[in-house]
Ligand binder design. Structure first.
Ligand SMILES: *Cc1c(COP(=O)(O)O)cnc(C)c1O
Length: 360
């Protein structure tokens, strides 16, 4: 087996969850584990959070069913609700909570044949303009929902913040105030904060918060520093050097010789590539750790391999350990070099990389 794995420290996820709870002492925190728990293993992360998180959230109903089939009995909220009327019966049978964002979904629930009640969270569009009822629509549907015996009485009004990672954007305060006034008008519980808002916007903390990315130990925004909060990265993506070679000035590395040696150079090749989820668009110079030391990526990332410049690491040789991101090299830094965000790198890890779970 090739020595490329992602180790996942489940205890770090639990302690990051506890940190989210301490930062918002008046809120319940629903742990967001969509997209295979941001690449960390859906079922294993759900199990690790049992007894800590009062509820879990995923994006789609299939993810929730997968958790139920694995024996997870924690309440599960499906953030995009249902895509077809038939899914309501499935949700009800598996005791799954539904976040509903569209009138069509509400009509499906109100015309339910089964007795119910279904637990519903209502999504309000307060400025992100992606999903959610408009505030004016809410007035029309709220009374019907509250009156219906198909729907559980404890409705939660929810909104998603568009720019909580930008401490200077005035939109966040407007969104918070709009959802709070709508919730007050209808006497509803509220849920607003994602990770960035838990860390940066205490005024967004409400009955329920929805931390996702921070649970995996990285800061959700460039203006919010991980270290200062005490988050601990749960995943370390590891491999080893599988070959080294020396090349002369003027010789290139990789497809289309995107990098050309300016000095006699020692090149190391690592058995990981974009087929594993390492970003293909990572430029020359993207940091990689070899024996704990930073070296620059050189040449194009290929499907199964990438190369680094080992010229300054005299002793480096085949078999030496490599960290692509993790505890010593922030996934956010690698992402930023590659023009993306850590969320995409973690969620984009492919099934070819085995996850190695470490309990403590
Ligand atoms: C993904 C998601 C979250 C979690 O966001 P993070 O930035 O990862 O904390 C919260 N709420 C909704 C609706 C989401 O889709």
């Amino acid at each position: 087996m090739r020595p490329t794995t992602a180790t996942v420290r489940l205890d770090a996820i639990v302690s990051n969850y506890q940190l989210a709870s301490r930062m918002a002492p008046g809120s319940k925190n629903i742990a967001v584990i969509k997209a295979n728990a941001y690449g960390h293993g859906l079922v294993q992360v759900a199990r690790a959070l049992q007894g800590h998180a009062p509820a879990l959230a995923v994006a789609f109903i299939d993810e929730a069913i997968q958790l139920r089939e694995a024996g997870i009995d924690t309440p599960i909220l499906v953030l995009q609700g249902i895509h077809h009327q038939d899914e309501i019966a499935e949700a009800e049978a598996a005791d799954i909570w539904l976040m509903l964002h569209h009138k069509r979904q509400l009509e499906w629930v109100l015309s339910l044949n089964t007795p119910g009640p279904v637990t519903v969270w209502l999504k309000l569009d307060t400025g992100m303009h992606r999903l959610g009822l408009a505030p004016a629509e809410l007035d029309g549907v709220c009374a019907d929902l509250i009156a219906s015996e198909k729907v559980h009485r404890d409705l939660v009004l929810c909104t998603h913040l568009a720019s909580a990672d930008d401490m200077d954007d005035p939109l966040t305060a407007q969104q918070i105030s709009l959802v709070r006034s709508c919730a007050a008008r209808h006497g509803l519980a509220t849920s607003i904060a994602n990770s960035a808002a838990i860390l940066g916007w205490p005024e967004s903390h409400a009955d329920w918060n929805r931390p996702g990315y921070m649970l995996y130990g990285n800061s959700p925004g460039s203006s919010l520093d991980t270290g200062s909060f005490g988050l601990s990265p749960a995943m370390t993506l590891k491999s080893v050097i599988v070959a080294t070679r020396c090349i002369a000035v003027g010789e290139g590395v990789g497809y289309n010789s995107r990098w050309v040696a300016q000095r006699p150079s020692k090149i190391g090749t690592i058995a990981i590539g974009y087929g594993d989820g390492y970003p293909r668009h990572a430029p020359n110079g993207t940091p990689v750790l070899v024996n704990g030391e930073r070296v620059p990526l050189v040449g194009r990332v290929s499907m199964d391999a990438l190369s680094v410049d080992l010229t300054d690491l005299e002793k480096a040789e085949a078999g030496d350990p490599v960290e692509l991101w993790g505890q010593q090299l922030s996934v956010n830094e690698v992402a930023s070099a590659a023009g993306t965000i850590g969320y995409q790198l973690l969620a984009g890890l492919t099934g070819r990389v085995p996850l190695d779970f470490i309990q403590d």
